[in-house]
Design a protein around this ligand. Structure first.
Ligand code: IPE
Ligand code: IPE
Ligand code: MG
Length: 248
């Protein structure tokens, strides 16, 4: 049942929302806490945002949790983030499963520690038939890496140059079968894409807020969705109102 407080016509609700959950470190530093405390607070917030996503009736949510570039952080922070991922799976999996969330992973799973790989695969297997919300977790994900791998796999499959189309490339990406994100939210004010869904975001709408991720609450989420509902998505054409005038 969609949340009554999201007072939008169905066609104005994005099918797919993607979030760059940024600003955990600065949230912690501003409180005199270690950066890892910010990542923990960010995880708590993630739980709330997943719930809200289900309540709002959104079908796909993709969250950017760890990039292929984040390995360049201090080893304690990288290790802390790996432990947080395992912890989240251990603590949240059953609840998410009960709520009808289907978990998927996008990124280089095979480059994570075997214990993490096993937990992730188990979560995917357990939830594979759920259909209330598809939650793509981008962990060890990079958009360029995704495209490089797609090219490699196409070549291995013997795809001929003239067979390469937008659609075919899409089928070789991690997100095969998932609609492109309608709305991408980035918290903490950075005006960059940071290697997130660079192919899929070709015509996504953006909502960028100075709020740090741990403070991004349901009210602001609702505001982001309302803002999105007012966008005029032209895809390089002219807006519907203008087209109707010209044709009529
Ligand atoms: C986002 O918060 C979480 C990850 C990248 C893992 P950051 O850790 O990037 O927080 P800031 O940008 O340093 O404040
Ligand atoms: C992007 O945030 C990655 C995640 C949120 C997981 P970063 O904090 O790593 O991005 P940059 O370094 O500011 O571009
Ligand atoms: Mg950051």
């Amino acid at each position: 049942m969609p949340d009554q407080s999201l007072d939008l016509p169905l066609e104005k609700i994005p099918r797919h929302v993607a979030i760059i959950m940024d600003g955990n470190g600065r949230w912690a530093i501003s409180r005199g806490l270690p950066r890892l405390a910010g990542h923990k607070a960010g995880t708590e917030n993630l739980r709330r945002v997943i719930r809200a996503t289900v309540e709002f009736g959104i079908k796909y949510l993709t969250i950017y949790a760890f990039s292929t570039e984040n390995w360049g952080r201090p080893p304690e922070e990288v290790q802390g983030l790996m432990l947080i991922l395992q912890d989240v799976i251990d603590r949240e999996l059953n609840e998410l499963h009960k709520e009808g969330v289907q978990l998927r992973h996008i990124g280089r799973l095979e480059r994570l520690e075997p214990v993490i790989q096993q937990k992730v695969l188990k979560a995917i297997e357990l939830t594979k038939n759920n259909d209330r919300l598809v939650l793509n977790v981008a962990f060890n994900y990079g958009g360029r890496d995704e495209i490089v791998q797609a090219i490699q796999r196409m070549m291995k499959d013997g795809v001929k140059p003239e067979e390469v189309t937008d659609e075919l490339v899409g089928q070789y990406l991690y997100t095969a079968g998932v609609p492109d994100p309608d709305l991408i939210i980035r918290t903490s004010g950075e005006l960059r894409v940071s290697n997130f869904l660079i192919w899929q975001a070709a015509y996504s709408e953006w909502y960028i807020t100075p709020t740090f991720w741990p403070d991004f609450d349901k009210e602001e989420y609702r505001h982001a969705l309302e803002t999105y509902s007012q966008r005029d998505r032209r895809y390089g054409g002219v807006s519907e109102a203008v087209a109707n005038k010209t044709n009529g």
